[in-house]
Design a protein around this ligand. Structure first.
Ligand code: XBP
Ligand code: MG
Length: 238
């Protein structure tokens, strides 16, 4: 259900978030991958969907693991090099996630493909600005878009390419710089409060598509808030 109707004409580029926006990756993708990595490292950490919803406030998988350890399992911080352990855990998690995505377990959300195809037909430049790991983006686009779909995106800004993750504006500013465009000429598509804070701080008009983890969050300042992209006419943003 659209909360209020708002379009935006003559955009030059659409910049998409990934997790929760292109696909519902968190509950069925990232969460089981984290738990599989913990198990393979012999840790008795098993995140529930409810706890994961709380942990999603921290963006970045490595940062999320460190936050969990500090809050719920501080003994591990006595490990001689906990930062390296968290990095190794996250690398294992990324392997598990990529395998799950490659199996086709995570489809695009409703309306995403139609919006991408509409933008391409209208000559709109497409880009990605995400906190997730670049390999995860490649795996998702290869598994969920038609052949060559990964090449639809002129710029992919992901993970540690910038020093500060969302809600900081860094990733959107990096993508805008790569595109050589002003924020007012572009549209960001996001799913979360952290993502909206990031895109607004970069000066980008933002379309929000909520999901089960982000429905109750604060989307003040968004151009429009909808449940899914198949409830809008993408032509309203061309
Ligand atoms: C969402 C995130 C990511 C994912 C996990 O990214 O915060 O950290 O939850 O992926 P976005 P990694 O909504 O910006 O796409 O473990 O690779 O960080
Ligand atoms: Mg997101």
């Amino acid at each position: 259900m659209a909360f209020y109707s708002g379009g935006m004409k003559n955009t030059l580029a659409w910049i998409f978030d990934v997790d929760g926006t292109l696909a519902d990756t968190e509950k069925d993708g990232h969460l089981p991958a984290f738990n599989a990595a913990f198990e393979s490292f012999g840790l008795n950490w098993q995140w529930s969907p409810e706890l994961y919803g709380e942990l999603l406030a921290v963006t970045g998988g490595k940062e999320r693991i460190a936050f969990y350890a500090e809050r719920y399992a501080p003994d591990i911080l006595k490990h001689p090099d906990s930062a390296s352990l968290f990095k190794a855990l996250h690398e294992e998690k990324t392997k598990c996630y990529i395998q799950k995505v490659a199996e086709g377990a995570i489809p695009l959300r409703p309306g995403v493909l139609k919006m991408l195809e509409t933008g391409r037909a209208a000559g709109i430049r497409l880009a990605i600005a995400t906190t997730t790991t670049p390999e995860n983006v490649t795996a998702l686009l290869k598994a969920s878009l038609p052949e060559g779909g990964i090449d639809w995106f002129e710029v992919v800004g992901a993970g540690d390419i910038v020093p500060n993750k969302k809600p900081a504006p860094d990733i959107y500013l990096w993508v805008l710089d790569q595109l050589g465009l002003e924020p007012a000429a572009c549209l960001a598509i996001e799913d979360s409060e952290n993502g909206l804070k990031s895109s607004l701080a970069a000066g980008l008009p933002t379309l929000i598509t909520v999901n089960e983890y982000t429905r109750g969050q604060d989307f003040k300042g968004a151009l429009r808030v909808v449940d899914t992209l198949d409830s809008i006419n993408p032509q309203q943003f061309c």
